[in-house]
Design a protein around this ligand. Structure first.
Ligand code: NDP
Length: 296
């Protein structure tokens, strides 16, 4: 039987609509308009595309975009000074510094300078610690979106065997924490893992966050498993045009999996929807309002 395609594009669009309705309500009732500050240093073309789509989503949600474009030569001191201003500005509910940063700037220092209450990327050590301690926190957007997508087909992940391939701070580790919080039994695999195909074959939930095009093959997948493909890889397509593929060999995997996210149109759109959701959550918390509860 062919796999259910987890349509991240539609699910994300619906989530964004729900968020926009919530923002409109907060605006009418409390005069609240959440603001998201996005800081881009330099002219990395991929980053510029991401930043544009983030700003568009912010506007569509009825929030205020506060974009800062800084030159490639910006010093660490100047960037830290800007973060300080954004931390202190009550119109700014969330702060996102687009990574990667130029080499003269220490990313960890910048992340640590963001007020954890405004850290909508969820990368600040306080939020990382809170997530692994099982406390409420701002959760990294891609992992958050990945787990929300898995739950659209498996509302309860309790007791399921989950394998996460990848252990980065931005995807693999936080996905693993979120799956653990959902009571899945979680294994985190990486480049030193032995018999990766055999390990993957045990997974009811398989999350691929590797950065290698079509790396996970059909015979690594347990029949009926839910496959969440986080990978975004540009490969040469027909006519010299680039196309985007995931970390999973989609066509063959879809014949074995029970459900699978496509690339593009799976986890990618959910990342932006979750950023908007985090901005809303941060704005509510900063204004003493209860956290919106609709994402489940
Ligand atoms: P990283 O390069 O930081 O991490 C990759 C991970 O994959 C590492 O833990 C690495 O292991 C592991 N890995 C690499 N090769 C192998 C292998 N042969 N076998 C097993 N494990 C391996 O990548 P990210 O986590 O930042 O991103 C992963 C993918 O997700 C990329 O394609 C990226 O573009 C995509 N992405 C998508 C987003 C979205 O919005 N959809 C957002 C963020 C990322 P080790 O630690 O041992 O080196």
């Amino acid at each position: 039987m062919a796999a259910t395609i987890i349509d991240g594009k539609t699910i994300a669009a619906n989530l964004r609509k729900t968020i926009a309705a919530e923002v409109a309500g907060l605006n009418a009732k409390h005069g609240l308009k959440p603001g998201l500050a996005v800081v881009l240093v330099g002219q990395n073309p991929a980053s510029e595309v991401y930043v544009r789509s983030k700003s568009k989503a912010v506007v569509e949600a009825g929030m205020m975009p506060i974009d800062h474009k800084l030159p490639e030569t910006t010093s660490e001191k100047d960037l830290l000074a800007l973060i300080g201003k954004l931390n202190a500005d009550p119109a700014v509910s969330g702060i996102l510094v687009q990574l990667p940063l130029p080499p003269q700037i220490d990313s960890q220092k910048v992340i640590a300078a963001i007020d954890p209450a405004k850290d909508v990327d969820g990368f600040h050590p306080v939020n990382v610690g809170r997530l692994s301690s099982g406390l409420s926190s701002l959760v990294p957007c891609t992992p958050f979106g990945s787990v929300l997508l898995a739950k659209t087909v498996k509302p309860s992940l309790a007791g399921l065997d989950a394998v996460v391939i990848g252990r980065s701070n931005i995807v693999g580790k936080p996905v693993a924490q979120l799956l653990l919080a959902e009571n899945a039994t979680v294994t985190v695999a990486h480049s030193k893992t032995r018999d990766l195909p055999g390990l993957c074959r045990r997974a009811d939930i398989l999350v691929a966050a590797i950065g290698r095009p079509e790396f996970v093959k059909a015979d690594w997948i347990k029949p009926g498993a839910t496959v969440i493909d986080v990978g975004i890889n540009r490969v040469a397509g027909e006519g010299g045009k680039n196309r985007i593929v995931g970390d999973v060999a989609y066509d063959e995997a879809a014949k074995v999996a029970g459900a699978i996210t496509p690339v593009p149109g799976g986890v990618g759109p959910m990342t932006i929807a979750c950023l908007i959701l985090n901005t809303l959550k941060a704005a509510c918390a900063q204004n003493g309002l209860p956290e919106p509860q609709f994402q489940d």
